[in-house]
Design a protein around this ligand. Sequence first.
Ligand code: AHR
Length: 656
Amino acid sequence: MRKHILTWIIACACISAQAQQAKTYVIKADSVKAHVQPTMYGIFFEDINMAADGGLYAELIKNRSFEFATNLMGWTTLQKDGGDGSVEVIDRAKERPENPHYITLTVKSNSGYYGLSNEGFRGIGVKKGEIYIFSTMARQHAGSNITLTVQLVNADGTILGKAALTPTNTEWKKCAVKFVANATTENAHFDVLAKNAGAIDLDMISLFPQHTWKNRPGGLRADLVQKLADMKPGFLRFPGGCIVEGRDLANRYQWKKTIGDIDKRENLLNRWNVEFKSRATPDYYQSFGLGFLEYFQLAEDIGAEPLPILNCGMACQFNSGQTVPLDELDPYVHDALDLIEFANGSTDTKWGKLRAELGHPKPFNLKLMGVGNEQWGENYIPRWKIFTKAIKDKYPYMQLVSSLGPDPDGEKFDYLNKIFREQHADILDEHYYRSPKWFLSNAARYDNYDRNGPKIFAGEYAAHAEGVTDPYKKNNWLCAMAEAAFMTGLERNADVVKMASYAPLFANINAWQWAPDAIWFDNLHSYSTPDYYVQQLYSLNKGTDVVPLTLNKQPVKGQDGEYASAVLDNKTHTLIVKFVNTANETRNASFVMQGKKLKTTGTLTTMHSDSLGKVNSIQYPTAISPKKQNIALAGNKIKLVLKPYSFNIIRVNYIK
Ligand code: AHR
């Protein structure tokens, strides 16, 4: 398949003569075609590939509350210095249905230690000098005086840091202690060792680095959030993805269960745990430590509009496809209405008050919401109508995102596209996981869309170099370059395309289910893929006004393997040109701007590789990444030699 695509690209490149003549591209600064939405380029977050637990959420202990189907998964028992004892999982479902299990750790004698060890999420990443915070819910049994020693231990048995504490309480209480790590390793484990004969109950056994994003206790991994912030995204779509729908309705995402005390957030099987046999991940659950308040907070932190997607009474149609009877849809609709109140309501409303109690009195100014994720077919329509009416009646300012299904064309797409256009839907969510060839030949996709119809949200897309069902697809330069080329078409049509997000966002190198993905990480490191950089360059160079860029009076959308678009940034008075050269030869390009006078210097930022198969990696994280240089204009012309297989951003200020 890949070979085929390479041949196709090379064939395109060969249409033109080998030695290219200089070409002159004309930009009309005085003919604004569309305004670029501030929300145009955003991010799609889903807890897939251990993106939340085992990823963004900085908790280092897996199965901290013993709620996995195998309650002690991730834990092994430990005996040290002749100590002995037992661990029993206790079921208290009647009393605490949302957190039904804890353990009783019994120590048999006063000599030695007995306890448990947690393997973390494919090991635990530890950094020298970092402060770690251990906490647990604990209660001593009457007459017991158990001391806990907690320690991070390297694979070779070296202790990397430790602390001791003695919970004295006989009622449940949170106990915590800090310690500093003395070395860096990717693959530690964490021991909880009990001393002195007796018994103690434990739950929510947790270990966090003190340093998290904005140093929030129990917060998010700072290096990963930084990557999101660096994109300056226009919106944050959350929590997915199919995870919204669940494989069945019992396993759907329910935002109300994801807020408040973390030990009251009901854990749930992650639907990606069992989705792909070849990438089965039996230890993948959702702790919801990254819950809806944290998502809203994250969006606020990184300056993105929040875009929650809610279940509309339908489970994933690739799985059970369960639907809620229409006369039982009320609780689902109320979840949506209550969420808007939670996000925007004043502190004297029920849900606004709760938001304030949880630490965020200021409203989140929610304006966007998705009704269903990737739904299709006739069952969607009546549910969509009920949701839309209820939301619009109460909150007419809300802009709703409606799904056009999993494909960008075909029967499912056409069916919904027709109905939603008749219904004057606000925003239609299109998904395309397609070959690079598809992306290259669809750069004009939106040119003929109805300018007065619903707006488009390219809600999930990625070029897949190999077959879509092949799990070992790579984030190579061919894919990223094809996406860059396609995105010139999104930009040219910014009057129709309101928002776009690459998907999925994150993948844990040691625990992923779906590839390609924008950002890859392990327990200590992360790297951005070429696809990430393409998204970032568009976002950082989105400008405000689309202006025509033509060659021989034609938009540049694939001729000779070239794709280009232009915007002005009317705040900084900058012309920004995007030029993608998918041919295997340089281009001598001259850009002339009519209607405004350009200043004499600017910058050229280029992503390029001679090898279309090239990828970034932990070892070579920036093998393909933007490189910036200064340029000088000749007369009022931007004359450049643009590399083969390159994505270029040209920025030149103009005189106001
Ligand atoms: O991005 C991965 C999955 O692709 C999403 O969960 C789903 O919406 C789509 O099918």
